[in-house]
Ligand binder design. Structure first.
Ligand code: ATP
Length: 514
């Protein structure tokens, strides 16, 4: 597909055209950075959530799942640090009146240098052909090393300034790098200010007694405050994990990039409670386990990388992001954080309740350390969807648009197509097949247009299989099954359909690749 910007535009329009994602309240011209999942999108999102839940909760006998409320006691957010420190540094351009996140402006600047590195790699790969060793090139080529050094020094400078909240230094860095506003093209910047991202609301009917609440900005705190409840009622022994998926809300300043950064989004988080001192080992374990989960979907190892944090949040002693190659470059998809005992200690202090674990084997009481894995469901959706959307030039020089979703995640697993819609016997047999298959899979019926057009429609919709019912089907109970990715067609017995489809879409088959 053409350049990245074009590709991203196609992703957004395809998501709308094929019933995956709509702008929220579109008839009122939409609401910025809020989106609705449509008929196919809701299925894809559910399948991603299930794929995560199965791998995380069902397959681990020491991890359980909960579903905490979005509203929490307001002290929760004082304890967690969100009231005082959940801020983004923002800066305005005085000419365009546009508002930006200062750190994002600087990161985007670094991403441009990163692109230069990628260009050097591509050039060298072409020049050296099979003999090209990317690892070696990245660690020895003078120009690449200079670029990398520049990126490291900028990010480290920014990290240090943000850590000590030296906002003047952040502005100075933006000026020093000569960063201009993408809209006005000028360097006419305001000072950098902090902006709290939590949405406030009120609980209660009367103005006097109403209580100020926040919509949760992350799901994690619902897990921490329930730590002891789950541990006791589930008789959980350390190490153990608590997982949950659910909505989170952030008043994002830079809310562009479609569902990458939304004001209302969904997280899939797991907090793993461990013995103090074992965090290094568990950090390594979860880094590997989470990357394996991603790779099991077959979206290409080249499209992922770790980004270890230079600047650690106040609660963390190690952190890394799993970044994915989105159409607009490598960006965070998932965070893995070693959070120490910060959260439990804070909640102990603010609630006055002990949140400790008694280790029966060693006969000691302690506050567990926590290892967190946190992934945005919507970001994962965007990763899967944008990676799947492809335009292929076929042998006869026509192009086809195909959504190569991992079959396990596809909203519709098979479409059943009677070859001729006016032939009642074919229609009846098609509907009988649907009646049987729908107990196990999401299937669709499609009778309009020539069969070739129907194939294309299902390709663009991401349906892994098309099953065509024709005259021969009536004679010998066979149908044609067409595979979306290879476009291969096979004649198979109707009674074998379930097994054939199941083999390709079964969660077990996919997770076993981990
Ligand atoms: P970013 O740096 O991109 O703002 P973050 O580091 O603040 O993300 P975390 O607080 O670690 O994000 O949240 C965990 C995950 O939740 C992220 O990896 C991301 O996938 C997802 N996420 C965070 N903010 C948003 C958002 N506004 N819209 C969609 N997903 C989000």
């Amino acid at each position: 597909m053409a350049n990245n910007e074009d590709k991203f535009k196609k992703v957004i329009s395809h998501a709308k055209e094929y019933g995956y994602v709509f702008q929220s309240s579109e008839i009122y011209d939409g609401l910025s950075a809020v989106y609705d999942y449509a008929q196919n999108g809701a299925e894809l999102k559910k399948n991603i959530r299930d794929y995560w839940w199965k791998a995380m909760v069902q397959m681990n006998d020491n991890i359980v799942g909960i579903d905490a409320a979005i509203f929490m006691h307001p002290t929760t957010w004082k304890a967690s640090g969100h009231v005082d420190a959940f801020n983004d540094p923002l800066i305005d351009n005085k000419d365009s009146k546009k508002r930006y996140r200062a750190d994002v402006l600087i990161e985007d600047y670094c991403a441009k240098i990163e692109n230069k590195i990628e260009k050097e790699v591509k050039k060298a790969a072409k020049r050296f052909g099979d003999a090209f060793n990317k690892e070696e090139f990245l660690t020895t080529n003078g120009r690449v090393l200079d670029y990398q050094e520049k990126i490291n020094s900028i990010l480290s400078k920014m990290g240090k300034s943000l850590e000590v909240e030296d906002l003047e230094a952040v502005k100075a860095l933006i000026e020093e790098l000569g960063i201009v506003c993408p809209i006005s093209g000028t360097k006419n910047w305001t000072d950098v200010k902090q902006f709290n991202l939590m949405f406030g609301t009120k609980l209660g009917a009367s103005v006097d007694s109403a209580m100020d609440l926040y919509l949760r900005p992350e799901t994690a705190q619902g897990i921490f405050v329930n730590f002891l409840n789950v541990q006791k009622t589930g008789r959980m022994k350390i190490p153990f994990g608590i997982a949950q998926t659910g909505k989170a809300f952030r008043n994002e300043i830079v809310a562009r990039q479609f569902i990458f950064r939304m004001r209302e989004f969904e997280q899939m988080e797991m907090q793993f409670f461990i013995k103090p001192g074992s965090q290094g080992e568990w950090f390594k374990h979860w880094k590997e386990a989470r990357m394996k989960w991603h790779l099991s979907l077959g979206m290409g190892a080249d499209n992922y990388r770790f980004h270890d944090h230079e600047k650690l949040a106040h609660y963390a002693d190690a952190a890394t992001d799993i970044e994915f190659r989105f159409p607009f470059g490598f960006k965070e998809l998932e965070g893995i954080h070693s959070r120490t005992d910060f959260d439990l200690k804070q909640h102990e202090e603010h609630s006055g309740k002990k949140l400790q674990y008694f280790d029966h084997e060693e006969n000691v009481n302690y506050t567990p350390y926590v290892l967190e894995t946190s992934i945005g469901l919507d970001r994962m959706f965007l990763a899967v969807f944008s990676n799947a959307l492809q335009e292929e030039v076929l042998e006869n020089n026509t192009t086809r648009t195909v959504l190569k979703l991992p079959a396990v995640l596809a909203p519709t697993k098979a479409a059943i197509l009677p070859l001729v819609r006016k032939d009642e016997a074919l229609v009846k047999l098609s509907k009988d097949i649907i009646e049987d298959l729908k107990w196990e899979f999401n299937v669709a019926y499609d009778e309009k247009d020539a069969v070739g057009r129907r194939y294309r429609r299902q390709d663009a919709n991401g349906t892994p299989f098309c099953i065509t019912v024709d005259g021969e089907s009536l004679d010998n109970n066979t149908v044609t099954i067409r595979h979306r990715d290879t476009m291969e067609q096979q004649r198979v017995k109707i009674e074998d359909l379930k097994t054939i489809i199941k083999k390709e879409v079964d969660v077990k088959e996919w997770l076993m690749k981990m």
